[in-house]
Ligand binder design. Sequence first.
Ligand code: NI
Length: 397
Amino acid sequence: MLDQIREMSVAMKEETIALRRHFHMHPEAAWNEVETTKKVVKTLKDLGCEIVQVGFGGTECGVAADLKGGRPGRCAGLRADMDALPMDEDNDVPYKSIFPGVMHACGHDAHTAMLLSAAKILAEIRPKLSGTVRFLFQPAEESGLKSGAKAMVEEGALEGVDEVAGLHIWAQEPSGTILYRSGPVMAAADGWYLTLKGKGGHGSTPELAIDPTITAANIVLNLQAVVGREVSAKETVVVSTGVVKAGETAFNIIPDTAVMNGTVRSFNPEVQNHVEEAIRRVIAGACQIGRCEYSLDYKRFIPATINDPGVTGEAVKVFGALAGTENVKEMGLIMGSEDFSYFQQKVPGTFFFLGSGNAAKGTDNAHHHPRFNVDEDALPLGAACLEGFAWSRLCGK
Ligand code: NI
């Protein structure tokens, strides 16, 4: 059956490309995916899917829909994210974004197109399916605190789902490859927002002031000591200070306040807890030393993406059958984040990557680059892997 699935996906290539180009030309940023949602809903309805819910997070964005097979059985979830980024496109292509300031620069247009093609092919083999495929077209993967995946999970989009899979286009690997990883794959993303309050004064008489820049400097340095001295070298964690602002007008003014923001990326929840506690301690201690008052807002944006070993192992067999085992590779950790993690907190799942980098075609620019593009020749393989995952979870081989 996997051979047939691959052939059907290849036969649908032009249709998949046309869909991808449509979404690319009409990008919608996080929580604005209204027209994208409408097109997805119409396509799924035409295929005979039952709509579970349209609109999540108090918006009209996002779809969960079921394709019921000919026989009862398990329920496999397939997820695609649909949002574009708030940026201008710099590609010179006929299907360039027609909306200034919005661009599909992460490949979510391709994700949406591949999952719609997967739905079409699974609908064709529907009588042979034992169980249900739940299609999860997610809004707002790129929106940090208001995550589309989180909203879908909280509103019940995974009710009845046994396992879930999602894929991401990956420009840093060549087209035709599939990348997988068991266990942690993408980092948890936290953010911290700090305001230090000292006492302004004349640069010549610091004894009359409380200088928050000294405290800020202590914090920047001591945060690196948290990573270097408090976390095992066998763990992977990054603490970065992204913003330090204090004073701006004159060389001889000691500023009243300093503002600092930063991020923490980690994989192990115990390390994540420890680093948050240590950051709070470093800030409190530095402020005590420097006589500053402070307010700290520590936010956990996205949890780590952790692939279930059992589901991933079975998926890898499917990928090998579809892509050729020589093209299926284990990947390293990625320090970026992905809110697919919320689905995996609810049900076991696997998040894998589809290589789409091709220097000759100019599709090897980094994700979120204004000239990011996708090698469309890779799309049939991605669609086939989604179909193959669902098939194998419902019907075995
Ligand atoms: Ni992305």
